[in-house]
Design a protein around this ligand. Sequence first.
Ligand SMILES: C[S@@+](CC[C@H](N)C(=O)[O-])C[C@H]1O[C@@H](n2cnc3c(N)ncnc32)[C@H](O)[C@@H]1O
Length: 378
Amino acid sequence: MEGVAPAVSLLLPRASARSPVILAADSTRRSSAARGITRIPKLGSAVSTKRTVAAVRLLRIEKGKAFVDLLNETANDSGENEMGYVERTLGFSTRYLEDRDIRLVTVVVAGTVRWKRYLDYLIMSLCSEEKLFREMEPLLLQILRIGFFEILKLGVPAYAAVDENKSQCSTAQCLVVSVVDPKPGETIVDCCAAPGGKTLFMASRLLGQGKIWAVDVNKGRLRILKDAAKAHGLDDMITDIHADLRQFAKDTAAKYDKVLLDAPCSGLGVLSKRADLRWNRQFEDLEELTSLQDELLDSASMLVKPGGILIYSTCSIDPEENEKRITAFIQRHPEFVPQSVCGYVPTEFITDEGFYSSSPTKHSMDGAFAARLVRSVL
Ligand SMILES: C[S@@+](CC[C@H](N)C(=O)[O-])C[C@H]1O[C@@H](n2cnc3c(N)ncnc32)[C@H](O)[C@@H]1O
């Protein structure tokens, strides 16, 4: 184990470590300042489809929603099976894996399940405190188990397993914050803020001038945001508000320069954080989710000052949750006009309609969507 530990520990989150989002923000800002240019955040290397499928499958097995012999599904081609959900959110399904990849996924899934107790013992031994292991994001834990299994039981070189699995971990969307483009002195509401990755990144870009109101209905997740803000010395710029956005928008008369709605969605980023709910979700729930997204958009729009900007984002690639929500919103709110994200993110992420869109298959990174909408000055 000793020889392996330094390599695998690279995969582990540390209690004292700054979040990947903040680190990315810092490096982007530092290098930008040094060179006097707007830097494009560095994208992760290619994300392995088979590892993603294995991680998702393991998550489902843990929730009692699937079995180890995963890839029987490919034989009977059962159409909109459970992996159809993965396909809709990630853009691929097990049906598109090659036979040898299917075999590898099966070996990794079965082996990881078989050795789970041992793998967990190793992972836990590298965590600075037990709490870190107990409260680890469910998807991250699966990715770590896979990495350990590959290194220890399949003999995959540590550098290869670390690199591939680190790519799997590197999400939750620096480019979405680039779409917001927070500027010193601005007032910003982050409507669905917890656990706070984007709030902290945005606060760091205000360079000590400006204010962010971080609203979230989930008290526990909001506490994580609050603690992280304190740890990063950003707490004087962030006011956390425990509230349902719909009520908050009704109760306040204040208007803000920018309002970010990072909506609850069906995407992997949310799955990893709320796996307990998401793996029980049925396809019919999409309708419920899109109506919530509409309601939250309506509420968020009430907070935008004339001439201000509303940014809608999700970590989904499903048009139902993205473009279609914007189209419906503009019909209800003609006072808002979409503004192209051109100039805020690299062109490869800009759709024909001027929205931001990243795709796991096209960009080898998490799928995400963002739209900028300007409120008319009248
Ligand atoms: C996609 S997550 C937000 C991730 C966050 N922006 C970040 O970057 O860390 C969606 C959040 O919406 C919150 N949420 C869901 N319904 C809400 C509501 N009605 N009012 C406020 N927050 C809500 C959830 O608690 C969850 O934390």
